[in-house]
Design a protein around this ligand. Sequence first.
Ligand SMILES: [Zn+2]
Length: 189
Amino acid sequence: MKNTYTENLIATVIDYSESNNWESAVTEWEIYDCEEDESNSETCICGKENIRYLYTIRNILNGNELFPIGSSCIKKFNRTDFNEEISLTESMFKLLHAVEDNRYISLSSDLFSRKLLKWLYEQEAFDTQYNNFDGDEDYEFMLKMFNKRDKSSITINQDKKIKAILLNSIKPFLLEKLSCKIREPYMYF
Ligand SMILES: [Zn+2]
């Protein structure tokens, strides 16, 4: 039996789709944007409260938009491309926070993946003035370090280079891409 949240999701999506059945309606949509709400104060279109990642999805046939929709509802579309996109998007937000808090000591797999590194490379995140805007070597280096099974074999100099790349290339890239998409909790003084 389906729960109410799922029923709400299906009804809303079908309502804004051209098709009137779920299997076909889910193919009409694309992920358009994502914001992170650090105060978890928003409610998904399905009615579920306190979602953190606020996605906007857009219907490619009629231009309808739905917002905010949370990751677990997007996963219910059962689309591989959506699942990859949300995993990439959320890993970018997590990486940015980790770099901002100086929690980037190791290239651990809870923050990094081959996919994320490759995507950053494709987005030219490794290209900076420090490497004459040619990030190939830095990318290869980061990949090599990430692929090391035994991270304790990373030397002090390699570790310094990892941090330099994260601070000089990746952090500014993520900040530019994401900072306008982060809603910080309201502060009262
Ligand atoms: Zn939902």
